[in-house]
Design a protein around this ligand. Structure first.
Ligand code: UDP
Length: 376
């Protein structure tokens, strides 16, 4: 089809990465993009929608947007207003709900005594298990909070989430969670913690609402492979192993199953997320209304069960997987040189990143594409 040959960019995947690259290409360079997307909607795993009950839900798990970068926040502000991110999580363990991440309040409730910051530091110094090298997630947690809290808050959750022992996972996995010597109960530490006032789907819809951007939903990359040759480059944001037909073997991914339950009450949880390290098959229950601040007489809670089959959600941060990815990266780099295919995002780079980091990666990639195109 002659018309299709005129696309400057072919973009595989309409998640945050694909949307950002198409938007920047259109507005910075006047380039025309075709985005193809396997699912029947844009926004990737940030996708939110109205549940049958009328309550806005995060279809693929909670997305707590945060960043430390003002430029990134300002860029996204072109497409959305914001409301403050009310990201409060509690952990249900030993029959009680504890503030999580661990902070002074958690320590006080867990050990039944009061702590100043200095007392808490001295106390943890006594109970922590000292390690010369922090090689994995178990070492990381034991060396900070000791065995009792490791077992109460981390071990069971991690086993359920990954079907792996924390010992087999990079320290960065449990290292995502801060441990605090103050009474700050927010889930994350970042400077900007905001959620889009009309949701993520609306944000990415506005971002891609441009005459130079076409989107084809329910279109698998395989079905158009080789048929559309973009003038400048291809941006691929799908799983890197799938692109290469799994020729080096499958990269392991972790997937999730969600059950959404409606309740005829305004709220049923005290905060957006409750973690269950040691009970239930699900890892967490999420009542996203606490974050979206939607006014509604009823509510919806999602229950999240990690599974090994299904859509890829998480790369599994372990050494053997990183090695296999590095082998795929060699192929990806070659494909970049030969055919101007750029691999970007959580799935294409097999990396456990948050939405802000994926967007940053997309911004870096479009700059790289522009630079390469200008250099010929
Ligand atoms: N984690 C844990 N207990 C918890 C919450 C998290 O042990 O109550 C560990 C677990 O290994 C998890 C990791 O910390 O996979 C990162 O948690 P986070 O909430 O950042 O995960 P995400 O929201 O990306 O699924």
């Amino acid at each position: 089809m002659a018309e299709e040959k005129q696309y400057d960019l072919l973009i595989v995947g309409a998640g945050p990465v694909g949307c950002v690259v198409a938007e920047r290409a259109a507005r910075l360079k006047g380039w025309r993009s075709l985005i193809i997307e396997k699912r029947n909607h844009i926004a990737g795993n940030c996708y939110d929608r109205y549940h049958e009950s009328g309550v806005l839900i995060h279809q693929y798990g909670p997305h707590y947007f945060r960043t430390n970068k003002k430029e990134l926040f300002d860029y996204l502000s072109e497409f959305t207003g914001w409301i403050p991110g009310n990201y409060i999580v509690k952990s249900s363990t030993r029959g009680e709900l504890f503030p999580f991440p661990i902070n002074l309040k958690t320590l006080e409730q867990f050990f039944g005594r009061t702590f100043t910051a200095e007392e808490a530091e001295a106390f943890l110094e006594e109970i922590r298990i000292k390690k010369d090298h922090i090689d994995n997630s178990e070492d990381f947690v034991l060396s900070r909070v000791g065995k009792e809290m490791y077992e109460a808050f981390y071990l069971g959750y991690t086993l359920k989430q990954w079907e792996k022992h924390p010992r087999e996972l990079n320290k960065s996995v449990c290292g995502r969670i801060p441990i605090r010597f103050n009474r700050d109960e927010r889930y994350v530490d970042h400077d900007y913690q905001f959620t889009p006032d009309k949701g993520f789907t609306e944000l990415f819809t506005r971002m891609t609402d441009h005459e130079l951007i076409d989107i084809r939903l329910e279109t698998d990359f395989e079905s158009i492979r080789g048929e559309i040759t973009p003038r400048i480059a291809t941006l691929y944001s799908g799983p890197v192993d799938a692109y290469f037909n799994y020729q080096l073997g499958k990269l392991p991914w972790r997937s999730l199953d969600f059950t959404f339950t409606e309740y005829p009450e305004e709220y049923v949880q005290p905060c957006v997320q409750i973690n269950y390290p040691n009970d239930h098959p699900y890892t967490r229950s999420v009542e996203i209304k606490h974050v979206t601040q939607q006014k509604s007489p009823n509510t919806v809670v999602s229950y999240e069960v990690p599974v090994s089959e299904g859509d890829p959600y998480y790369p599994i941060p372990a050494d053997a997987n990183a090695e296999l990815y590095q082998q795929y990266k060699v192929l990806a780099d070659e494909e970049n040189r030969k055919n101007k295919v750029y691999f970007t995002g959580r799935l294409a780079r097999y990396t456990y990143i948050n939405t802000d980091e994926a967007i940053e990666m997309a911004l870096d990639t479009i700059n790289e594409i522009i630079r390469d195109a200008e250099e010929g």
